[in-house]
Design a protein around this ligand. Structure first.
Ligand code: FES
Length: 158
């Protein structure tokens, strides 16, 4: 979604001008854009009368917040105990190789971001991963290319 001043102002207006709402507002910005754009941080700083540096330290402290644009699809690979035992590490290697990125990075075409998480709450399906809202259980290296391809095809409209 393109960043627009109107959009950002719309989010800000939902909250009183009090610093205790800064985290909630950043979470809303993150939900909207998948990251917090610089324009959003500046508007928030002005809206709350709070130094930009304070907001940046808060945003970097919370792992769920990102100051860099993320890919269109977020791949979360589980490395919780059950998934780790059942092969999360080779899967991570496979994803790194297929996407040519590391954990926490985004592919050059902006299609995928790769994240490692602790437990997706689907341990019975270990090893598990989630792409956006879609769960993939009993994952194997062999399944990875087909799953990625599906999203690539969708993106290219074929
Ligand atoms: S440890 Fe992976 S889903 Fe629970």
């Amino acid at each position: 979604m393109p960043v627009s001043k109107e959009d950002i102002d719309g989010i800000l207006k939902h909250y009183p001008r009090e610093q205790r709402y800064s985290l909630a507002i950043m979470q809303d910005l993150q939900r909207r854009y998948n990251y917090i754009p610089r324009e959003g941080m500046e508007a928030l700083s002005e809206y709350l009368g709070c130094p930009l540096s304070n907001l940046y330290s808060m945003a970097t402290f919370y792992k769920a917040l990102s100051l860099k644009p993320k890919g269109r699809h977020i791949i979360k690979l589980c490395d919780g105990t059950a998934c780790h035992i059942r092969g999360a590490v080779p899967l991570l290697d496979g994803l790194r190789r297929l996407l040519e990125i590391g954990e926490g990075e985004t592919t050059e075409d902006g299609l995928f971001s790769l994240e490692l998480v602790n437990c997706l709450g689907s341990c019975a399906l270990a090893p598990a991963m989630v792409v956006d809202e879609a769960y993939y259980g009993n994952m194997t290296l062999e399944k990875l290319p087909g799953i990625l391809e599906q999203y690539r095809k969708e993106a290219s409209g074929s």
